[in-house]
Design a protein around this ligand. Structure first.
Ligand SMILES: Cc1cc2nc3c(=O)[nH]c(=O)nc-3n(C[C@H](O)[C@H](O)[C@H](O)COP(=O)(O)OP(=O)(O)OC[C@H]3O[C@@H](n4cnc5c(N)ncnc54)[C@H](O)[C@@H]3O)c2cc1C
Length: 418
C-alpha cells in the first residue's frame, strides 16, 4: 500500500474501523476526515454534553487523544466534496485532494426536514435547529445561553424525545408536536407509549400528538409553527427531529451505487472493490425481515466498522444484517424494544401482559418472535433476544414468555427441543 486507508467520518463506524485495523496489526497509514471541528465523539452522549453545557468531556468517548494514541492522521474541518473511484482519490471542498488504497465511507446521516419555512431572515440565521451533530448542538447551546426559553420540537422519535427531556432538565419550556398517535412511533406501540407519555408530561413537557407541523413562519427569524389543524404555536427555539437521511450527496457522479443509502454486499463492500461503507450512511438487510435500509443505530455502526476493518485485513467476514434495538434511559424507567420496526412488518399475533407498571409485548410471525417491547422491567430481554435472533419457533412457549414464566418456558424447550 502507498496511500493507506482513508476513512470519511469520525463517528462510531469510522472510529471502530480505524481502531480495529490498528488493534489487529495494520501498520499502514490511516487517515480520518471529519467535516466538523471536533475530535471523534459519540452522538448518543450529546444529551450529556448539552445538559452539562459543554463542560463534560464524556462525549469524546475514546479520549480526546484517540488519533494520537492509535497513530491516525485525523483531519478535522475537512469536508469531502467528491469521490473519484477511478483515480482512487477524494476531493475536499477546499480543492485539496487525497489518494487512498482503501476508502471507507462512514459519513453518517443528517436531519431530514420536510417542513417549509417562510422566514425572511438572512441565510446565515438558523431557522430550524437540530440535534444531529455536535456542530448543531453547539449552535443550539448558544441560543440557550442567549436566553431562548421556549423550545418547540417537531417529531417525537428517539432524537426528539431525548432533546425534549434534556432541554426541560436545563429549565426550558418544551412542547413536542408529533404527527402520529404516540411518542417513539417507529419503536413502540400505543400500549407501551402510554406510561412513557405520562412520565414525559409529569416532567412538564407538553405533547401534541396526531398533529402535523406544516409551516414555520417569522418576520426576522422563526417565530411560530403552523399545524395542520390551524393551531399556531409560538416559540423562540424550533428544533427539527423529523427523521434522518444518509449523508451521501457528495457521492453523486462518483459511480458508487446508492439507493436509500450506499449499497453494499454482505462484506460491506460497495460496487468498487477497494471501497467499503458502513454505519448510518449504508443500507443493509434487516436481520429479521431481510428488508434493506440504513439501520441508524450505534451498535450496528460499531459492528459494521469492525467488520470493514477485518475485510480490509483480508479476513472475509460476513455481515449478517442489522437488528433494531432501542433502550432509552431518559425516562427513568427501564424499557427496551427490539426487532422489526412497527411499520416495517405486521405481526400475526401480539401477546400482551401488564401488571404493576410492568408491560410486556411480543409480536409473533410464523411462530417466531418478530419484535418485543418491555417497559418497567427488562428481565428476560436476553432470552427473548436469543430466541428471536436464533429464529426459534416459540409457538409452544409464547404464553410463558410474555407472562415471564421463564422456568416453564425453559422446561418446555428441554422437552420439545428448540
Ligand atoms: C442525539 C442522538 C442520540 C442517539 N442515541 C442513540 C442511542 O441511544 N442508541 C443508539 O443505538 N443510537 C443512537 N443514536 C444513533 C447513533 O448515534 C448513530 O447510529 C451513529 O452515530 C452512526 O454512526 P456513524 O459513524 O455511521 O455516523 P455519525 O456518527 O453520524 O458520524 C458521521 C461522521 O461523518 C462526518 N462527515 C459527514 N459527511 C462528511 C463529508 N462530506 N466529509 C467529511 N466528513 C463527513 C461527520 O462529520 C461525522 O464525523 C443517536 C443519535 C443521535 C443524533
Amino acid at each position: 500500500m502507498n496511500h493507506g486507508v482513508l476513512i470519511i467520518g469520525t463517528g462510531p463506524a469510522g472510529v471502530n474501523t480505524a481502531e480495529t485495523l490498528r488493534k489487529f496489526g495494520c501498520k499502514e497509514k490511516i487517515t480520518m476526515l471529519s467535516k466538523e471541528p471536533f475530535p471523534p465523539y459519540s452522538p448518543p452522549l450529546m444529551a450529556n454534553y448539552l445538559e452539562t453545557r459543554g463542560a463534560s468531556d464524556l462525549i469524546f468517548w475514546k479520549g480526546r487523544d484517540f488519533c494520537k494514541d492509535f497513530d491516525i492522521d485525523c483531519k478535522t474541518s475537512a469536508e469531502v466534496g467528491k469521490v473519484e473511484p477511478k483515480r482512487n482519490r477524494i476531493v475536499l471542498t477546499d480543492g485539496r485532494f487525497l489518494e487512498y488504497d482503501y476508502l471507507v465511507i462512514a459519513s453518517g446521516s443528517e436531519m431530514w426536514i420536510p417542513i417549509k419555512c417562510e422566514c425572511p431572515a438572512e441565510e446565515s440565521k438558523e431557522k430550524y435547529y437540530n440535534f444531529k451533530s455536535l456542530t448543531a448542538v453547539s449552535k443550539l447551546l448558544k441560543e440557550v445561553d442567549k436566553g431562548a426559553n421556549k423550545a418547540v420540537i417537531i417529531g417525537a422519535g428517539f432524537i426528539g424525545m431525548e432533546i425534549a427531556i434534556t432541554l426541560r432538565r436545563i429549565g426550558l419550556s418544551v412542547l413536542v408536536v408529533e404527527m402520529m398517535d404516540r411518542i417513539l412511533p417507529r419503536m413502540i406501540t400505543r400500549d407501551i407509549a402510554e406510561p412513557l407519555e405520562s412520565i414525559v408530561r409529569d416532567m412538564g413537557i407538553e405533547l401534541l400528538l396526531n398533529r402535523k407541523g406544516e409551516l414555520l413562519k417569522g418576520r426576522e427569524t422563526a417565530e411560530e409553527l403552523l399545524l395542520s389543524d390551524g393551531t399556531v404555536i409560538k416559540g423562540n427555539l424550533f428544533i427539527a427531529a423529523t427523521g434522518i437521511k444518509p449523508n451521501i450527496s457528495f457521492l453523486s457522479g462518483s459511480g458508487i451505487q446508492t439507493q436509500k443509502g450506499i449499497r453494499v454486499d454482505p462484506y460491506l463492500r460497495t460496487n468498487f472493490d477497494n471501497i467499503f461503507a458502513g454505519g448510518d450512511a449504508a443500507e443493509v438487510p434487516d436481520f429479521i425481515t431481510g428488508n434493506i435500509y440504513p439501520h441508524a443505530i450505534y451498535p450496528e455502526a460499531v459492528k459494521q466498522g469492525q467488520i470493514i476493518a477485518f475485510n480490509i485485513l483480508g479476513e472475509n467476514v460476513h455481515y449478517d444484517g442489522g437488528l433494531n434495538m432501542n433502550s432509552l434511559y431518559h425516562f427513568n424507567l427501564p424499557m427496551i424494544s427490539e426487532g422489526a420496526m412497527i411499520a416495517e412488518e405486521k405481526a400475526d399475533e401480539e401477546l400482551f401482559f401488564s401488571r404493576n407498571n410492568v408491560i410486556r409485548k411480543i409480536g409473533i410471525k410464523d411462530g417466531k418472535i418478530l419484535r418485543f417491547e418491555l417497559v418497567g422491567d427488562k428481565e428476560g430481554a436476553g432470552l427473548l433476544h436469543t430466541l428471536m435472533t436464533q429464529r426459534r419457533d416459540v409457538s409452544r412457549i409464547k404464553d410463558a414468555l410474555v407472562t415471564k414464566k421463564y422456568n416453564q418456558a425453559r422446561h418446555f424447550m428441554s422437552i420439545f427441543g428448540p
